[in-house]
Design a binder for this molecule. Structure first.
Ligand code: SAM
Length: 228
């Protein structure tokens, strides 16, 4: 493989800190993972089999503790949700909520979302993708680690149905501008807000991460694009 390709592949949007896992998160992972977790694989999933029905399908990339995902799934029992997150304690936290709230419409993959979307999701299989508060990588020398890049947008466009929605949010103005710039280069995504503006939050639930940003005085930017 050429050196440049190898470097490109090695750049990831996350640094895996396993962090501290609570006893209840570990317990939830042991008990509930077999029911709600999907092992990473390089062949495409049959989503009707995974969820046991046909329904509109949504993915949340980097769900953190999963509170937004749990709220959306509770508000829309008629939709199916696939959550993708690399941080295992967050997966444990979401499993606890799935059990507490009796949610049947969530499945989880604990792996790099770029690989999951590339290999595990069939083309045109999603009605919507949520990317809420991706790691900002705010230092200039780290900007290449930001998950929103032209290649990533191509991956999203493959798995979304025509008419499917990409909803992103960030509390870093320069990341919001970066998102707009990258999406403007895509031939398949159209900003749903006239004049290439920012969107309202729609039904996006608030997470702890957002609350913390707001306490620090950060403004929040929502961006909503439609796949043509
Ligand atoms: C800043 S946190 C925000 C979490 C959550 N969306 C929220 O609003 O509270 C970003 C999350 O994205 C996850 N993440 C970053 N890159 C990822 C990737 N390539 N695949 C899956 N998860 C990723 C991180 O582990 C982290 O939990």
């Amino acid at each position: 493989m050429p050196e440049d390709d190898r470097k490109k592949r090695a750049i990831r949007s996350f640094v895996l800190r396993q962090g501290r896992m609570t006893a209840s998160q570990r317990n939830a992972l042991e008990r509930l993972w077999p029911r709600y977790g999907l092992a990473y694989d390089t062949s495409p999933l049959d989503l009707d089999t995974v969820f046991g029905r046909q329904a509109p399908r949504f993915v949340e990339i980097g769900f953190g503790r999963g509170d937004a995902l749990a709220e959306m799934a509770a508000a829309h029992p008629e939709h199916d949700y696939l959550g993708i997150e690399v941080h295992r304690p967050g997966v444990g936290h979401l499993l606890i909520r799935i059990e507490q709230d009796g949610l049947k419409n969530i499945r989880i993959v604990n792996h790099d979302a770029v690989q999951v979307l590339t290999h595990m999701l069939p083309p045109g299989s999603l009605d919507g993708i949520y990317l809420f508060f991706p790691d900002p990588w705010h230092k200039k020398r780290h900007h290449k680690r930001r998950i929103v890049q032209p290649d990533f947008v191509e991956v999203l466009s493959r798995v979304l149905k025509p008419g499917g929605i990409l909803h992103m949010a960030t509390d870093w103005q320069d990341y919001a501008e970066h998102m707009r710039t990258v999406l403007a280069t895509s031939p398949t995504f159209i900003n749903t807000v006239p004049g290439d503006g920012y969107a309202d939050r729609g039904g996006r639930p608030q997470t702890k991460y957002e609350q913390r940003g707001r306490r620090l005085g950060h403004e929040v930017y929502d961006l909503r694009y439609r796949r043509q």
